[in-house]
Ligand binder design. Structure first.
Ligand code: ATP
Length: 361
């Protein structure tokens, strides 16, 4: 049985169904991320788990106990907010100690625990500082220590990094992951940033309009998206509308191209589909070379002209115009990319295995 289980969870605000029949089992020690665009219901789920919001339907089970109607103060949850929400008139140490003092823990124990937590979040020397004397990243570390001080069974993080600048975001997300793994803490993390979600999570629930579109490991979400929304929201992808001419032979047709894909056992002939290809799966060849035949089958091969070349360090991104209305993106290791220039006629190729075929209806 899951450690934390959301069952049929539903929340409405007037006409809006913010959370719609969510079923989500979360394992002990798991880092689970709710990922989706603004307004898809992520925060509302977190607030229901914390006890700040009551569901209209469904239940929340923690370690076998039904906590659906338990008040927030009686739930063993620690929460970290986007805005840090530290008490400004208290030092870092006093902020961390607050929850333990409310619980009337012995003074010596609180002092020891504060010192441990300050070390854990890498701020051993800063206990006596006030929030205004700390950077945003440091304040969020203190907020994390404060959430952990009450020894929660579940850590809830609501977009904790979105107020920070890019560099601090990356280092703090790694820190959060390190601490969560060190403590084997069960965590629910809310973000709209797909890169962040892919980087830190054990599993990701991709959400749209109050529902979970796909619940999977990060690699699986990226390599094998199950829905058009998941394919579009996570990562960059080339997409073609087409018709599956033959499911058995793996043949799709779009307006101007024929695509060789793998045999599709779950789709029917003549079904409308979206063909999705990640840019790093697309190879670039000089036009005269041609793509040739790949050893493992027929390669998809499309002619085009490079209309944009962007050097991105380890790889170079090429936008290749393949007809009046479409451009294909190819991410090529920069060493290979050196030989290609703007305006050059090229051929693009990708393997049948690189094509995800998703039903459109
Ligand atoms: P964001 O990333 O912008 O915070 P979110 O995915 O966390 O978005 P929620 O904050 O959970 O989304 O909101 C889901 C939907 O519920 C939205 O349409 C929002 O306007 C609505 N909503 C949330 N809280 C309330 C409220 N207290 N009263 C009315 N509507 C609300």
């Amino acid at each position: 049985m899951a450690f934390l289980e959301l069952k049929g969870l539903t929340k409405r605000f007037g006409q809006v169904t913010a959370v719609d029949q969510i079923a989500l089992p979360i394992n002990q020690g798991e880092f689970l991320t709710l990922l989706g665009p603004s307004g898809c219901g992520k925060t509302t789920i977190l607030r229901m788990v914390a006890g700040f919001e009551m569901p209209d339907e469904g239940s929340i089970l923690l370690d076998g106990d039904d906590i659906t109607h338990r008040p927030a103060s009686k739930r063993p949850m620690g929460m970290v907010f986007q805005s840090y929400a530290l008490f400004p008139h208290m030092t870092a140490e006093q902020n961390i100690a607050f929850g333990m003092e409310v619980k009337k823990q012995p003074r010596e124990q609180i002092k020891k625990r504060c010192a441990e937590l300050l070390e854990l979040v890498g701020l051993g020397e800063m206990g006596k500082r006030y929030p205004h004397q700390l950077s945003g990243g440091q304040q969020q570390r203190i907020a994390l220590a404060r959430a952990l001080a009450v020894e929660p069974k579940v850590l809830l993080l609501d977009e904790p990094l979105s107020a920070l600048d890019a560099k601090v975001r990356v280092s703090l997300r790694n820190e959060i992951r390190r601490i969560q793994q060190q403590l084997k803490m069960t965590a629910i993390y809310v973000t709209h940033d797909q890169e962040e979600a892919l980087a830190v999570s054990d599993r990701i629930a991709v959400m749209a309009k109050g529902k979970i579109e796909q619940l999977d490991h990060p690699e699986e979400i990226y390599v094998n998206p199950h829905t058009v929304f998941a394919a579009t929201f996570v990562g960059t992808s080339n997409q073609f509308n087409g018709v599956l001419e033959s499911a058995a032979q793996g043949l799709c047709k779009s307006a101007n191209q024929t695509f060789h894909v793998l045999a599709q056992s779950r789709l029917r002939d003549n079904e409308r589909v979206l063909i999705v290809v990640r840019p790093e799966e697309v190879s670039l060849h000089a036009a005269e070379e041609g793509p040739g035949m790949q050893a493992n089958g027929v390669a998809n091969s499309i002619a085009g002209v490079i209309e944009l070349r962007t050097f991105l360090g380890p790889f170079t991104r090429f936008h290749v115009k393949i007809d009046d209305s479409s451009t294909l993106i190819a991410d090529v290791p920069s060493q290979q990319g050196r030989g290609f220039a703007m305006g050059q006629q090229v051929r693009l190729s990708f393997r049948p295995e690189a094509c995800q075929v998703l039903p459109l209806d």
